[in-house]
Design a protein. Structure first.
Length: 202
């Protein structure tokens, strides 16, 4: 079956079997940020955006994406860079396997609610499973981002976000798993950010 999808801003035409899962098709197209975790719609690792709404790609057939726009983390790096350093600075990156799902759902949260309470953050991210952390690191990272972000006009802005040159900022603390992106970037991913070289973990 032929499908036509706008994938990360590019029009893609593909031939798929009727039972091909969207997660598998996206990984075949090089979107390795989309992870397989549970295959039961419970872990959030396979989260992508369909028409700017978060969905679980393990629960969608590729043919259901026909005529729709799909965005994965590969197509949202600039938006992700606004806050990933804050999460990593709290030690919440750990092994990195669940990071893509957390980042995608955090982007969705901040698009929908620019000033969420802690309980609203917990509720929005409840579908993301992480075996390394106690989830408080992710919450603290998002809260620190919001407290220092111009998105929240009523909060104090005396502190600046971590920069690429700070000893505990983007450069030294944020690690993507080696399989996060395509093999061409398996060792080091250079983001479109001045001086930022976010390293991968094996």
């Amino acid at each position: 079956m032929e499908i036509k999808v706008k994938l990360n801003g590019k029009n893609v035409i593909g031939n798929v079997e009727a039972d091909t899962v969207l997660l598998d098709w996206l990984r075949e197209k090089g979107c390795l940020s989309v992870k397989r975790g549970c295959d039961t719609s419970n872990c959030g690792l396979c989260t992508v955006f369909m028409d700017n709404k978060p969905i679980l790609s393990c629960s969608k057939l590729a043919v259901q994406a026909d005529g729709h726009e799909i965005k994965t983390l590969e197509g949202l790096q600039e938006e992700a860079l606004e806050f990933v350093g804050f999460i990593a600075d709290q030690g919440a990156d750990q092994c990195g396997f669940c990071n893509p799902g957390f980042v995608m759902n955090t982007i969705a949260l901040l698009r929908e609610n620019q000033d969420p309470t802690d309980d609203e953050i917990r509720a929005f991210l409840a579908g993301n499973l992480c075996r390394c952390s106690g989830y408080e690191g992710q919450l603290r990272g998002i809260r620190n981002f919001l407290d220092r972000s111009p998105l929240s006009p009523d909060r104090s802005h005396s502190d600046s976000p971590p920069s690429a040159d700070e000893s505990h900022g983007f450069r030294c603390r944020f690690r993507w798993p080696a399989s996060f992106f395509s093999s061409a970037h398996a060792r080091t991913r250079i983001f479109p950010h001045s001086g930022c070289r976010c390293r991968t973990s094996r």
